[in-house]
Design a protein around this ligand. Sequence first.
Ligand code: PLP
Length: 294
Amino acid sequence: MSMPICIIVSPVQESADEAIEGRLHLVDSHDPQVPVTDLGVTRGDGIFEVIGVVHGRPLALDAHLRRLANSAAMLDLPALELEAIRAAVLKTIDLDEHREELSVKIVVTRGVEGTGVPICWVLSFQTDDHRAERAEGIKVVLLSRGYPHDIAARAPWLLTGAKTLSYAINKAALREAARRGADDVIFTSTDGYVLEGPSASLIMKFGQRIWTPSTAQGILRGTTQGAAFEVFGRLGFATAEVLVGVDQLAAADAMWLASSTRLLAPVRLLDEHDVPVDHDLTDTVNAALLDTAR
Ligand code: PLP
């Protein structure tokens, strides 16, 4: 197996005349690169993005960089120089022999305690094969996230809606789904609204309307959902970001979990209820998403 490509980036510009290329450092991804005192390691204090790469092109790179900047602002990290990070992503892809199809992760941590200097790296890795999930659909359970739907406005310090490195809860929810014989999760609010998956956005179809839960509920703005909505719009559907009650799900005539490397995976079972799967529409939208990389 070939080695993942890893580039360390200085994410905060120190002087205006510093060339971007000089701030990207290709390192050996098997060597230790992050100090044991790094706050990302010791406290999960940092942010990340995962970008799908198809035909050597990153999908929705601008949207990922915008979300990274938004997460950085929510965590009061220093302003990131996105052009250096973009250059690192493109160089990582260029250097990886699997660039036809892979994933690229951007990580920014708060850095070593006391320094106030963030650490950023960009790493390539091979994408799991999601073709079966796209074709056959997935089994999903509803799990409570434990917050009301307006938590982001009530308690912004909880950082709901930022893509932080603290994904232990998201992973625990996926293990709970596995214990219940399911593949994935849709989180619900304590006051009865649907939110998102632990690593995916929810998209629902009600006739000619395509909905996703509103990001005002402290959920991530999905880059795949955003790109998929453009495709649904071109196909003549009316798209909207709305509040959707758990009790409305039974009326959906299709449902998907959407994320960067998996794209749209149709939900075929929600708790113990069958959900209709629209194979043609799923294939059409996924093909259009993959096509944006051409
Ligand atoms: N919601 C959460 C909590 C996520 O972690 C992710 C992606 O990892 C998404 C939604 C989907 O985002 P994207 O489509 O940009 O991958």
